[in-house]
Ligand binder design. Structure first.
Ligand code: NAD
Ligand code: DAU
Length: 375
């Protein structure tokens, strides 16, 4: 089929697929939370893979946001940064007016469970109100014309609650969040679906398992342990270390986000996971083994620093994702095995010790002191 367009008042018939291609080009995409751990990998992937897109990184730069993560793309012609707090509705509306975005990939969030126990309100503001602001600004700006527009909400497997020793989270698993963090993420997921059903907004969602890899803030288990091992400090393991997480290399999450943003079906949710379950204690023992090798230490040296500490309040026992839908319908699969991923991760942190040192010497030093002093 062809349609007619007018170029300098001259009618030209062009095939529909050519028109679609032209629309695809010059897409502007807002990526929120792009200075954080996962967001920075998503920004890098999109800036490099889609030079025809305009990528706008929208981030408040909280303690977890670090523009140093994006040094390699900060001067790319298709990349821009906007320092915006998504809790500020006027600022979010201005962003839409300034950039007329075709898509939003929403990663900005307060993301650390322990912090949500200490300070839940921050999580409600950013994760719930912030998402509501973005959705409302998108609805008002797109004015019901959702053709070629898309709102992609990045969520977590924690919304499904905690598993026993058997079973997996599926997209149909009922929500049962149990921490202020997961409850704030679950609420935001519900809002996204409500805007789809009520206003017809084109949305996709994904719920991913635990990520690991370069640039993760060292408050999370793996980078915190790498940092402590290299400094010969105790490695704090909550409770008995028998809680289970399903670990995915962050670049594989970014690849899944690319795939879902472009090919996911309107209104659908996709689970993303590594099919890679570890108890915390076996994971840390593996990490110690890799670190001993890399640091030239005798086997078994770092393990001696493992210290069992008071458990996390309401600590979920086990998360495990069934990502069959994403694999069979959209053809995504993880690109590497955990053994390779953890080696790459350790190599990155050891090659970027200044990055770690800069982070742990700032406000985070005070946080660490506070969080672990009574454990
Ligand atoms: P992160 O904490 O490393 O980064 C969050 C980013 O959001 C930071 O750059 C921060 O500055 C920004 N931000 C926070 N509040 C903001 C606000 N009010 N306005 C604008 N920007 C703000 O988080 P992450 O681990 O990269 O997680 C990113 C997303 O992925 C989150 O939505 C999280 O729930 C989800 N997720 C994370 C994991 C994981 O294992 N880390 C797994 C599944 C899903
Ligand atoms: O499952 C996805 C979620 O994974 C994401 O939505 C969250 O944003 C992300 O932070 C992560 O949550 P977890 O709570 O699972 O990650 P964390 O690295 O904090 O902890 C991993 C496990 O290790 C968990 O069982 C708690 C435990 N732990 C954590 C820390 C920081 C310890 O035993 N000691 C520690 O010092």
């Amino acid at each position: 089929m062809r349609i007619t367009i007018f170029l300098f008042s001259i009618p030209i018939k062009i095939p529909i697929f050519v028109l679609k291609f032209l629309i695809e080009m010059n897409k502007t995409i807002l990526i929120t939370g792009g200075a954080g751990f996962i967001g920075s990998h998503v920004v890098r992937l999109f800036v490099n893979k889609y030079p025809e897109y305009q990528i706008v990184n929208v981030d408040k730069l909280t303690y977890a946001g670090n523009l140093e993560n994006l040094k390699d793309v900060e001067n790319a012609p298709n990349y821009k940064f906007e320092k915006v707090d998504i809790v500020d509705f006027e600022a979010v509306k201005s962003l839409f007016a300034k950039y007329s975005p075709d898509g939003v990939i929403h990663l900005a969030a307060e993301s650390h469970v322990d912090r949500s126990i200490t300070n839940p309100l921050e999580f409600i503001y950013t994760n719930f109100v912030g998402t509501a602001n973005l959705l409302t600004a998108a609805r008002d700006f797109w004015k019901g014309d959702y053709e070629n527009k898309r709102f992609y909400h990045i969520s977590t497997d924690e919304v499904y609650g905690s598993l026993g020793n058997e079973g997996f989270f599926q997209e149909t698993t009922p929500y049962s969040p149990r921490s202020p963090y997961s409850a704030s993420k679950a609420s935001s997921d519900h809002l996204v679906r409500a805007y789809h059903h009520t206003f017809g907004m084109n949305v996709v969602l994904s719920n991913c398992s635990n990520n690991y890899g370069p640039n993760q803030f060292p408050e999370k288990l793996i980078p915190l342990s790498i940092n402590n091992i290299r400094n010969n400090k105790p490695i704090p393991i909550y409770g008995k270390g028998l809680n289970v997480r399903d670990w995915l290399f962050v670049i594989d999450h970014a690849r899944a986000i690319d795939c879902i943003f472009h090919n996911g079906k309107n209104g659908e949710t996709y689970n993303i996971g590594g099919n890679n379950e570890w108890t915390n204690i076996s994971l840390i023992k593996k990490l110690c083994e890799v670190m001993d090798k890399k640091l030239g230490r005798e086997k078994g040296t770092s393990e001696k620093s493992i210290t069992y500490v008071t458990d996390r309040a309401g600590h979920d026992l086990r998360y495990a994702i069934d990502s069959t839908k994403l694999q069979t319908e959209l053809g995504w699969k993880p690109s590497l095995q955990f053994e390779e991923g953890i080696e790459k991760t350790v190599d990155w942190y050891l090659a970027n010790q200044e990055w770690l040192d800069r982070i742990v010497s700032g406000d985070y030093a005070k946080y660490y002191e506070q969080m672990y002093k009574n454990r």
